[in-house]
Design a protein around this ligand. Sequence first.
Ligand SMILES: [Zn+2]
Length: 260
Amino acid sequence: MLERVYDTLIAILYYELPKDNYGKVVSYDRPITAWYIGQRDIKNNNLSVTLKGASSPLKDIGLGLQEFSHSVTFEINAGADNISITERLVQETTRLILASLRKHRRIWVVEYCPICAKFALSPEHFIQDHNDILATYVTGVVNDYNSLWAETHPANITPAELPNSAKATESFLRMYEDVRNNVAVANLPLTAKKNILKMQSDLVEPIRIMYDCVANTSTPSDDATGQALFRNGTITLELKELIKQDSYGPDNVPITAIKK
Ligand SMILES: [Zn+2]
C-alpha cells in the first residue's frame, strides 16, 4: 500500500539532494550507497537510508470518503572512521533529507504509466507524453470546468486556470474509466489497454495525492553508546490520503459469488 509512496519519496529525495559524478546522493562527500525499503539486520554500507515502520490507520470522514493517516519512518544509518565523523555524518544527512521533505506538503503518487511504463512523479506526464490519447479528454475536462464555473460566477469573471496536473489527473481518470466501461479510446495501444484492465482487476489507484505531509519528528542522532562507530538518525513523516468509498454493502456481494 505504501510501496509506491516509498518509491515516490526516494525519487523526490534523489532528485533534490546533491549528487556526485557517479549519480549517488552525497552528504559531506560520502555517498548514500543504499536506499532500503524495510528494516534489516545487516547494512553493509557506511551511509544508508531505510524507509520503514509504516502504519496507516483508516477512518470514515464523511459519506463516501475515508482518510488514511500514513506514517513513514526514515532511518539514516552512518558508520565512519571515528565517532565525531559518524556523528557529523548522521546529523548532516538527516538535515539534508529534512530540508527536502519540508518543501513537500502535498505529494502526487502516480503508478507506473500503463502506456509507456515510466515512473512519473506528476500526473502531468500523461498529457505531456501521451497528448495524442488524452487531448480530447483535456478539452472535455476544461469545457466541463468552465461551464461549472459559469453556473456560479457572473459572466464578467473569467474562469481561473486549472493547473496542468489537475487537468491531467481528471483526463487520465476519464480515459481509465472509459477502458473499464469498454468505450473505444482513440490512439490507445492494445498493450496499454491490457495494462489498464490489469490495474483495474488489481484494484490499483493510478493517481493518488498525499496532503498535510509533515515531517513532525526528527532525531538527528541517537547518541548511541555500545555500538561502536554506528549512529542512527530518524525522521517520521506523516501523510494524509483521502479515498473514495462508493459502495457500502451488505448487498454489494452478488448471489453468484461463492466460496471456493
Ligand atoms: Zn507514460
